[in-house]
Design a protein around this ligand. Sequence first.
Ligand SMILES: Nc1ncnc2c1ncn2[C@@H]1O[C@H](COP(=O)(O)OP(=O)(O)OP(=O)(O)O)[C@@H](O)[C@H]1O
Ligand SMILES: [Mg+2]
Length: 410
Amino acid sequence: MYHLRILIYTGKGGVGKTSVSVATAMKCAELGKRTIIMSTDSAHSLSDSIEVPIGNTITKIAKNLDGLEIDILKELEDNWNEIRTYVFSVFASQGMDEISAKEMAIFPGMEFIAALFYLDRFSKNNEYDLVVIDTAPTADTLRLLSFPDVADWYFQRFYGVLKSFVKVARATVGHVLSFPLPTNEAMQEFERFNLRIKEVREMLINPEITSVRLVTNPEKMVINETMRAYTYLSLYNLTVEALVINRVYDINSKNADPKKLREQEQYMGLIDEIFQPLKTFYAHQYTLEVVGSEAVKRLASELFGDTDPSTVYSRENPMKIISRSGSTTIRLKVPFATTDQLELYTKRDAIIVDVGQYRRTIALPLGLYGREISSAEISDGVLSVRFREEMYAAKKRKRSEQRGNDKGNS
Ligand SMILES: Nc1ncnc2c1ncn2[C@@H]1O[C@H](COP(=O)(O)OP(=O)(O)OP(=O)(O)O)[C@@H](O)[C@H]1O
Ligand SMILES: [Mg+2]
């Protein structure tokens, strides 16, 4: 059965995300997979790396290989014009000039969200076997990976409010509001947006389809950031399946700095300790930059040898909901986080988990609405949130609902 495979490479600035993404895509195309490489970093560098001009429309690079550098203004105009026009008009109604309104309607990293919509299209049309996504440096990407998750939660509220405004305004035929109302077309587009983002989310959290690979270097600061990324990606339900250790100095090289080599040895040990059992790929520090197809092929062959780079190396989903005789526990992999970093807030239909500066909204399954949390702890890199048994309360509520219905029917 056909399904799309999605590889997302992420990591700190300059670690080699673009080079590794290009190497992966080229190798897979050579193996006969219909491949596309998409850059979601607004400072695009795919073209420089491959030495083939790639535009803001799908561009053929080689046999089985296409490329796309996402241009957010173009995407908004082509696909979300009603929403774009509406959002501009809201800003403009608040006295903002047109240019500033356009700026305001775009937030950093929106290229990544545009890329998500391409995934939906590629998958439906069976256009590609593999999509490789080269992302912007970590922080933006991490924040945006949580977008599909959070979007739905906010959408329900925002859209509900908009809808009731539209209703009131139509009934009173007056200018009750100080900002413009969306057209019917815009409302439909909002709905379509939400529906599609939900579908994309299903793809993103399915480890058979989507894998995130962390690109790192054997350096202290880089390792720290990689570690944080691992925690937060797990919070967002994405499967981190592999680690790419790039720029490893060759110990046999005559002109290598001995101090640097000693440090590296120490950091490689640290990486091993922290990230096992993740699958790891290695590449050396080369004397020249990775530019042009020969250099990219060399990198690919060092990273992947004769193996298929799109292999699924891990199928473990970082979040599990375990229900056993009335009690439910949500278990979430949060590598490296500790209980003292954890803050938890509850709403009726969601819990909000803060780990350090990151926040994750977990929409609860219906059965857990309004349930009290009896304990929350992090141990061995797994956050367990246990919900209080509510057999008695549930039964009582059901009985009173039943009585209400009986009355209504008679
Ligand atoms: N193993 C390597 N040896 C030598 N040079 C490398 C290696 N890997 C990448 N480079 C070079 O380092 C520079 C940065 O690499 P690259 O653009 O792939 O990183 P990036 O993580 O995508 O950076 P950014 O965060 O800016 O997007 C490029 O000039 C690239 O050719
Ligand atoms: Mg890059």
